[in-house]
Design a protein around this ligand. Sequence first.
Ligand code: SF4
Length: 194
Amino acid sequence: MSENDGFISYELQEFKLFEPLFRWARKKSLWIVAFCTGCGGIEMPPLFTARYDLERFGMMPNPAPRMADLFLITGYVTPKTLKRIIITYEMMQDPKYVLAHGSCPINGGVYWDSYNVVKQLDKYIPIDVAIAGCMPRPEAVMDGIREIMRKIETGEADGWKRYRENYEWYRKNQDELFGEGWREKDAKRWLAWL
Ligand code: SF4
């Protein structure tokens, strides 16, 4: 399958000339999908309020995945949450970026031996920048955000392309964890409650 089959690509040949301009514009107006996991959820409001103020970077939390391009994974992820993360990530449009903070998404953190915490998040969705710490200080999170802005400008933040190109591998890992057909089974589970 060629790179553009079945996708509206933002890197079509005719737009290549404008790519540096697009990248600059993307890094200056990152909208965050408002999906908090783990303890980091409580660290988000201070980042957006008067003391640290992420809005000066053009960032804004947004409840709709379709309108957001940055996914913050803010702490430990359970398999149940991971299903929602994967579905939300796939609903976001390209180009999209993932920033994980806290040690839990990197290696399970203090829950390294828990049966119910995903130990290595980037086996299931691609991470562009990860910040260690338990919990990282807001300054560290802002450092991570500046790093992802730098990577967007240079084109190094390419997780969305890796997900597309290596979809079989990600899909295999997801199926190994949840069992094949998990999307359909999960959708049916909720029908009983309607
Ligand atoms: S890294 Fe620490 S603060 Fe973050 S989710 Fe894990 S236990 Fe909580």
